[in-house]
Design a protein around this ligand. Structure first.
Ligand code: BEZ
Ligand code: FE
Length: 304
């Protein structure tokens, strides 16, 4: 009957994976066990603490639904999501920087005409977003799908509202770039907002005296054939949470100087109510492949 001291136990668990057919699965399990066992040894974890961790993870699982993913939120607030992003995007070669997808991407929409106000039913100062998608040499990319989404003036995404299924998208749309790689739209000026704090991830944030805020931003998912899908945000310069984003997602070159304007027309020549705001940002795509992420509950290949 084998008996193990705490160091031999780690070696025994690793040996138990010896017959795993997939070498990558074997490697990932071995490293996971080494890190977990090191953690227990380093902290001299008590039974109470171990029990708390089990209960915390159980409650995280119980909080998940088809539209709520508490484990991703936990990964976000622990910096794991941004670390996965970092190790997978070490060489940008001048391509636009990436950041977290977040839990409020809902996927497919019909293409929306350029210039549309995607927040038409919402009050607030208007923002005109003008943008272009190019390759790394600055060549415009035409016919590229760009999904856009952001929070409303109260800090909520349309998909967080109970009537979302019937009321349809708001502050969310898909655009397709024109022959010059350009697209443009109107919306409201986004604001900073708290991530959901009514689950274990929020419990951890509040217990550790962190704030739950994300600086104001617009999400973009740019999907061009022959290029890596680009998942990113554009942040508003001057936001007070830029230095302390709860999910560690800010990168300097994703911050846009949004200009306050009082001109009587917007760049497309249509009348504007002053003041309004102008966001200008270009996306540079890296050659490659990859499957664009799917919203919660949808497997790759299932989307419309
Ligand atoms: C978001 O920006 O929508 C988001 C990202 C990570 C966690 C929660 C929200
Ligand atoms: Fe967001």
């Amino acid at each position: 009957m084998p008996q193990f001291d705490d160091a031999e136990l780690t070696a025994a668990v690793i040996r138990s994976f010896g017959e795993t057919p997939d070498p990558r699965v074997k490697f990932l399990l071995e490293e996971l066990v080494k890190s977990l066992h090191d953690y227990v040894r380093k902290t001299d974890l008590t039974f109470d603490e171990w029990g708390y961790a089990i209960d915390f993870l159980t409650r995280a699982g119980q909080k998940c639904t088809s539209t709520r993913q508490e484990f991703i939120l936990l990964s976000d607030v622990l910096g794991v999501s941004m670390l996965v992003d970092a190790v997978n995007h070490r060489q940008r070669d001048g391509a636009t920087e990436t950041t977290v997808l977040g839990p409020f991407y809902v996927g497919e929409h019909k293409p929306t005409p350029h210039g549309t106000d995607i927040s038409a039913e919402l009050p607030g100062e208007r923002m005109f977003v003008q943008s272009r998608v190019t390759d790394l040499d600055g060549k415009p990319l035409a016919g590229v799908r760009v999904d856009v989404w952001h929070a409303d003036g109260d800090g909520y995404y349309d998909s967080q509202r109970p009537d979302y299924e019937t009321s349809g998208p708001s502050s969310r749309a898909r655009f397709v770039t024109d022959a010059d790689g350009k697209f443009f739209f109107r919306t409201i000026l986004p604001c900073s907002y708290p991530i959901p704090t009514d689950g274990p991830a929020g419990e951890m944030i509040l217990q550790t005296r962190r704030h739950p805020m994300r600086p104001a931003h617009v999400h973009f998912l740019v999907n061009a054939k022959g290029y890596e899908p680009l998942i990113t945000h554009v942040f508003m310069d001057g936001d007070k949470y830029l230095d302390s984003d709860v999910v560690f997602g800010v990168k300097d070159n994703l911050i846009s100087k949004v200009e306050r304007r009082t001109d009587a027309t917007m760049p497309d020549g249509k009348p504007a109510k002053a003041p309004w705001h102008l966001m200008t940002y270009e996306f540079h795509m890296k050659p490659g492949a990859g499957v664009a992420p799917q919203p919660l509950g949808v497997k790759p290949g299932e989307a419309a």
